[in-house]
Write a protein that binds this ligand. Structure first.
Ligand SMILES: Nc1ncnc2c1ncn2[C@@H]1O[C@H](COP(=O)(O)OP(=O)(O)O)[C@@H](O)[C@H]1O
Ligand SMILES: [Mg+2]
Length: 140
């Protein structure tokens, strides 16, 4: 995988949710993602930024344009040094929240992207990497 462009954005206020989402939407549109794919990766961006802000006490979002095997994609990395996720399998199943919300952010995000990796350690923090790829023939 080649990283063509990378941009690190701080997550330290509620406003950063919209900032990260907008950046991701613009990149996905520039890469020729269809409307559904633009919405999917933008939604993933806002859910994961919001989680890093609300649950992880803030951190960083890295927005990258990547290329692999002639396909272009958007890769997003989220780092926080928050409390970590104690029961990851339960959270990934969906419907579990420590904030009395729906708890569908992480499980839903997973279904919206092509690649999804999560590493979380209690007391250390959480690192999430997701990617979504443009279909072949998309403008790049
Ligand atoms: N970055 C994070 N750091 C710590 N805990 C997290 C993080 N992201 C998610 N979680 C935990 O996983 C639960 C489920 O997350 P999510 O599916 O996005 O639902 P919600 O944010 O609505 O609670 C959260 O309630 C929280 O306990
Ligand atoms: Mg959430």
């Amino acid at each position: 995988m080649i990283v063509l462009e990378t941009c690190a954005l701080p997550i330290d206020s509620e406003d950063d949710v919209v900032r990260v989402r907008t950046r991701v939407r613009d990149l996905a549109q520039r890469l020729g993602f269809d409307a559904f794919a633009v919405a999917a990766i933008s939604t993933a961006a806002s859910e994961l930024t919001r989680n890093a802000w609300v649950h992880g006490h803030g951190g960083t979002a890295t927005v990258e344009e990547v290329e692999e095997g002639g396909r272009h994609g958007v890769r997003l990395q989220f780092h926080d040094a928050g409390p970590g996720i104690a029961d990851l399998p339960r959270v990934l199943k969906g419907g579990f929240s420590t904030r009395r919300s729906l708890g569908l952010g992480l499980s839903g995000t997973r279904r919206l992207v092509d690649d999804f990796e999560i590493e979380s350690q209690c007391g250390v923090g959480t690192h999430i990497v997701v990617a979504k790829w443009a279909r072949f023939g998309a403008r790049t």
